[in-house]
Design a protein around this ligand. Structure first.
Ligand SMILES: Nc1ncnc2c1ncn2[C@@H]1O[C@H](COP(=O)(O)OP(=O)(O)OP(=O)(O)O)[C@@H](O)[C@H]1O
Length: 522
């Protein structure tokens, strides 16, 4: 899987301008700098600079058309070549996720239909649209009056969404109507912070299917898929302390899914044996889009305003972790990356990357195993599981319950994972999936607790500085000074002790699970 991380900065809005909030984001070609105002212990202000590098940085002057040209247009032709592509918008509420995502599917549909009517004319391709949302861990069909859906795995461990309406479309106008209908049906909550806040993940999928041997009588098979995902507001994961139980539970679900999404992308990009798909409904649903030939584009949306600095830094840190494994030598960064940098490349017109009809057939024949090969590979499940038991007995399974050696058996000589993936996931699901998800959550909790502790320490230090200033004033009350200093010191000590305990517990858990910090990417 190849993941491209991009950032889009929106302009300051009216509200921010009215509050005289400053633009703290400086964009350069494919990097950006966040200028954070901080306070020294003597209460004087200073500027801290945070620099991030991504595959592309789109500033406030970049239009939606340009975003499409840079992010999705180059991917459209390859979904005719058995590739699944996923485009995410990540960021805090109001950062521009919906603004960025909304126009993309329609523009992509237009190009897909153009390809179907010209390059792939009369080759049995059809375009299907579906649109659903994940809200509070449950699935709802946005094209069928928010009908509740359930997710099942079929006999081949392929995830399918039972009852999801899929519409076969052949003209842009119908697609437009469907997209508008889905958007209107999407649920938006009303939390204190922002009425517009979106607490659901909206998933719009464009599937290219092909009639087998051109026969219309048989159900067409999926050739490729393009998914557009407008994620829930990233800061909503922090609602786990809200007084309202429903909000708290939704917050926990959002938190879990965004965490699982990050870990799945990291694991896939790093060719890790185990992919924690079962960490959330979102990643389970996306499982088939991530397997095999797949592309992922993550557009992290940020507000430029000083008032959103903390959320912006959180968004950029998340994006940074998603892309970090691809940096510096991951060979899978290919030709697409060069078209992704808006400042350094001229946009590549669709026509220049279109495959011809013959290259499509050649690609299928050259890169995908045929049915015989698949059948050859599918050793009986019994013998496979026997082997797993042997490895377990000999203590050769890794911390995810899966050994590299066993995994290698599932790979083609060229390193491409073969058709045994479903069986592999079955085995790992047992306990190791839950353990890994729990560990990931604990890691995130530790980092958050650390950040909170640093913030609290800063506040305490400010209080201490005030106390010292007061202590120097004539007529200062000694009793008051002593009691306030005692409180301050106990607060400091309690904060440190709490963090030490949390850290020790986390280290113990890592040890229990045999996770070597250097090899696990922590
Ligand atoms: N690049 C941009 N240029 C101009 N206006 C923008 C841009 N990005 C966002 N906006 C405006 O900012 C507001 C918030 O954007 P949007 O609704 O897309 O945020 P969001 O991240 O989807 O929020 P939520 O999580 O609540 O859905 C909208 O009024 C939108 O029109």
């Amino acid at each position: 899987m190849t993941c491209f991380a991009q950032v889009r900065k929106r302009p300051l809005n009216k509200k921010e301008l009215a509050k005289n909030e400053e633009d703290i984001i400086e964009t350069l070609s494919n990097s950006l700098v966040v200028h954070e105002t901080k306070l020294k212990v003597d209460l004087t202000e200073y500027m801290e600079k945070h620099e991030f590098v991504f595959d592309a940085v789109l500033n406030e002057e970049v239009s939606n058309d340009e975003v499409y040209r840079e992010t999705v247009e180059p991917i459209v032709p390859i979904i005719f070549q058995r590739t699944k592509a996923t485009c995410f918008a990540y960021g805090q509420t109001g950062s521009g996720k919906t603004y960025t995502m909304k126009p993309l599917p329609l523009k992509a549909s237009r190009d897909i239909l153009r390809l179907m009517h010209h390059t792939y004319r009369n080759q049995g391709f059809h375009l299907f649209v579906s649109f659903f949302e994940i809200y509070g861990g449950k699935l709802y069909d946005l094209l069928s009056d928010r009908k509740k859906l359930c997710m099942r795995e079929d006999g081949k461990q392929q995830v399918c969404i039972v009852g999801l309406q899929e519409f076969r479309v052949s003209d842009v106008e119908t697609i437009k109507e469907l997209i508008e209908k889905g958007n209107a049906t999407r649920s938006t909550g009303t939390t204190g912070a922002n009425e517009e806040s979106s607490r659901s993940h909206a998933i719009l999928q464009l599937a290219i299917k092909r009639s087998v041997d051109g026969k219309e009588s048989k159900p067409p098979r999926v050739v490729g898929k393009l998914s557009f995902i407008d994620l829930a507001g990233s800061e909503r994961g922090a609602d786990t302390t809200d007084t309202d139980k429903q909000t708290r539970m939704e917050g926990a679900e959002i938190n879990k899914s965004l965490l699982a999404l990050k870990e799945c992308i990291r694991a896939l990009d790093n060719d890790q044996g185990h992919i924690p798909f079962r960490g959330s409904k979102l990643t389970e649903v996306l499982r088939d889009s991530f397997m095999g030939n797949s592309r992922t584009v993550m557009i992290s949306c940020i507000s430029p305003s000083s008032g959103s600095c903390e959320h912006t830094l959180n968004t950029l840190r998340y994006a940074d972790r998603v892309k970090s494994l691809s940096k510096g030598g991951n060979s899978k960064k290919d030709d697409l990356s060069s078209t992704m940098n808006l400042k350094e490349s001229t946009a590549q017109p669709l026509s220049s990357v279109l495959p011809t009809a013959s290259t499509f057939e050649d690609d299928i024949n050259n890169t995908w195993p045929d049915q015989n090969e698949r059948d050859d590979f599918n050793v009986p499940e019994d013998s496979f599981e026997q082997e797993i038991l042997m490895w377990k007995k000999n203590g050769k399974l890794d911390q995810y319950g899966f050994s590299t050696a066993v995994e290698n058996k599932l790979r083609k000589p060229n390193g491409q994972t073969k058709w045994k993936e479903p069986i592999r996931s079955d085995i790992k699901h047992s306990k190791s999936d839950d353990d890994l998800n729990a560990l990931l959550q604990e890691e995130e909790d530790l980092v958050n607790a650390h950040r909170k502790q640093v913030e609290e320490t800063m506040n305490i230090v400010k209080e201490e500085m005030n106390l010292l200033v007061e202590a120097d004033q004539p007529g200062n009350q000694l009793d008051d000074y002593i009691s306030r200093l005692t409180t301050i010191l106990s607060q400091k000590a309690a904060g440190i002790t709490q963090l030490q305990t949390r850290l020790a517990n986390f280290q113990r858990r890592l040890k229990e699970h045999n996770v070597l910090v250097s090899s696990s990417g922590y």
